[in-house]
Design a protein around this ligand. Structure first.
Ligand code: ADP
Length: 460
């Protein structure tokens, strides 16, 4: 069995060829039958006019004048038109072509005017000895005389045959040519798609750097390839950040695990006092807690990002919450030789989860104090109106390099200068996830060695 190619270009061409064929066929049929019916209508009109005129000659000038007129017309017309005059009972009074009329007498489809109706009757018939049919009119020209005229349809048949041949030639020439053109056009149209799928294939073999080049293939294909390229950029940056994230996780897991290993190894050596074993156990527990906290925070970030609706939501007095946080961190600030100033508009309310909002604020304030060397200052401000609620946490600390400013919100990302500080790079990703779950966001402005300002905007 022949298998049809299952390509878009082939299908488009097939539909196009089929459409063209149907269009040509219908156009031809409409033309053909219109010509046929116009021709017939005109012939019928002529025949009716003829019978009326000849009837008038008969009535005004008599039978001989009519016969003379008919003889003249037969002689000029080369049997294109044939005539016969019958008495009402069927007896023949005149016959221009006896051999032809004989046939009709035997099998005339309509009785020649004997019905007594005044309107002449029209009908078609093919006579024996003739190839083409004739159109007949049979009508009364007096109370007892019937005139019959038969006109050949040869001209009309020739015209229709010409039409048929023209259509056939047209179909044989135009359809293959147009199909070829359609094939070339559809191949050109899908060339852009091929470029996109080739790039996709290259990428599936591992080359995320490839991009589609489809200039000159039309706006739709260019839009598709642009979208594809944007998607690739996004995937590439996601893959890269995932790679970095895994590196960071590995790095952050390695240190506590290595410490646990060292502690355990040392416990295995002999001659240890009970106190030393207890210290080793306490250190192991501490390291395990740190690991557990890291894993729990990762899960919390994922949960806050997914916004699963697991967190309970209530009316939170965020002014009170921020004041409490300020009070709590005042002691830490003093301990580190820093000034903590808080300016809080009272009575700002928000629908949200108290615990998560508390952790979000604590993360930002903890960071500000952590990354600001003494002597320095941390300012917390909160303001709200009916549409917006803004909290800023600004410090005069080490600042964040411009290329890192968006990346600090990625999971496990830690700035270079923060390696000496405690932390695992999850605080800001958790805080942003919480802000977003509350219909807001966190942004940062920062200058190296001048300080950073984090802005939380929430919708009340
Ligand atoms: P962690 O503080 O545990 O490292 P975070 O997610 O809270 O993790 O912060 C990510 C990184 O952002 C930090 O490692 C640090 O480099 C940078 N960062 C955050 N807050 C500040 C700040 N106030 N000043 C300077 N750098 C900051």
């Amino acid at each position: 069995m022949i298998r049809m190619p299952d390509t878009l270009a082939f299908r488009l061409t097939l539909w196009y060829a089929l459409g063209l064929f149907l269009f040509l066929i219908s156009a031809f049929l409409v033309l053909y039958f219109s010509v046929d019916s116009v021709f017939k209508a005109r012939m019928d009109e002529d025949l009716m006019e003829d019978i009326a005129e000849l009837g008038e000659i008969y009535r005004e000038e008599g039978m001989t004048a009519l016969e003379n007129e008919l003889d003249r017309e037969v002689a000029a017309g080369d049997e294109q038109e044939i005539f016969r005059i019958l008495a009402f009972g069927g007896a023949e009074k005149y016959n221009s072509s006896p051999s032809l009329w004989r046939e009709l007498q035997a099998s005339a489809p309509v009785p020649p005017g004997t019905s007594g109706e005044d309107t002449p009757l029209l009908f078609s018939a093919t006579l024996a000895g003739e190839d083409t049919p004739r159109r007949f009119v049979s009508g009364k020209i007096s109370a007892d005389t019937v005139l019959q005229i038969g006109e050949s349809l040869e001209e009309q048949q020739e015209l229709l045959a010409l039409l048929r041949s023209i259509f056939l030639i047209l179909a044989l020439l135009v359809i293959p040519l147009a199909t070829l053109l359609g094939w070339l056009l559809s191949r050109r149209a899908v060339a852009g798609l091929k470029a996109v799928s080739k790039t996709a294939a290259r990428i599936s073999r591992g080359g995320l750097d490839s991009r589609v080049q489809t200039r000159g293939h039309g706006a739709e294909i260019e839009a598709l390839s642009d979208t594809f390229n944007v998607m690739l950029d996004r995937i590439q940056s996601l893959v890269n950040s995932m790679r970095e994230m895994t590196d960071n996780i590995a790095h952050d897991l390695r240190s506590p695990l290595a410490r646990i290993r060292v502690i355990s190894e040392m416990s295995l050596t002999n001659n240890k006092s009970v106190e030393e074993y207890q210290t080793a156990a306490a250190q192991t527990i501490e390291e395990c807690d740190r690991l557990l906290q890291m894993i729990n925070t990762t899960l919390d970030v994922a949960e806050a990002e997914a916004d699963t609706g697991k967190f309970s939501v209530e009316d939170v007095d965020i002014s009170r919450l921020t004041e409490d946080a300020c009070e709590l961190f005042q002691a830490v600030a003093e301990e580190r030789g820093l000034d903590l100033h808080c300016r809080i508009q009272p009575g700002c309310l928000i629908r949200g989860n108290t615990n998560n909002l508390q952790r979000m604020l604590a993360n930002l304030m903890d960071n500000a104090l952590k990354y600001t060397p003494a002597p320095g200052e941390v300012r917390v401000e909160l303001g709200c109106n009916k549409d917006n609620l803004t909290i800023t946490v600004a410090d005069t600390g080490v600042g964040i390099p411009a290329p890192e400013q968006e990346r600090i919100f990625e999971r496990f990302f830690r700035g270079d200068q923060s390696r000496s500080q405690e932390g695992c790079g999850l605080g800001l990703s958790f805080s942003r996830a919480v802000a977003r779950a509350h219909g807001g966001d966190i942004t940062v402005r920062s200058q190296i060695d001048k300080g950073s300002c984090f802005t939380i905007s929430l919708s009340p």
